[in-house]
Ligand binder design. Structure first.
Ligand code: FES
Length: 129
């Protein structure tokens, strides 16, 4: 495995927020057809639109898992709009040296989180929660 950066290694060894939120307000999934990896994000929102809980499940490589763990930590307590804007630069800044050729593995986490938030926003418009 090709992992650089103390922060990424820490999240690889001790991933945060792994699991499922049974009564999630939004669920989003993203997969990479090339490697077959899939990540699912779950979000729970409070009455003011802040993400009060964020979890993820992964059938993916270690880097995708570590990056998803970092994304989940960054997203917690942000508004839905703020969490939608979490990007590669935030992770690169956190990881202090993530190799560019491993960045494609992080795309799954960003995409899955955005889809979970979009799912949440659609449900809120329909008055589901
Ligand atoms: Fe599939 Fe990293 S190798 S996401």
């Amino acid at each position: 495995m090709n992992v650089n950066g103390d922060e990424v290694m820490e999240h690889f060894k001790n991933p945060k927020n792994m699991g499922e939120i049974a009564d999630a307000d939004g669920v989003g999934k993203a997969g990479n057809p090339t490697c077959g990896d899939v990540i699912t994000f779950y979000v729970k929102v409070d009455g003011r639109g802040r993400l009060k809980d964020v979890k993820f499940k992964t059938h993916g490589c270690g880097i995708a898992m570590a990056i998803s763990s970092m994304i989940s930590e960054l997203a917690k307590s942000k508004t839905a709009g703020e969490a939608m804007r979490i990007c590669r630069d935030d992770i690169v800044q956190e990881s202090r040296g993530l190799p560019r050729n491993d960045m494609h593995c992080s795309n799954l986490g960003f995409l899955a989180l955005r889809r979970a938030i979009e799912d949440c926003l659609q449900k809120s418009k329909k008055g589901v929660w």
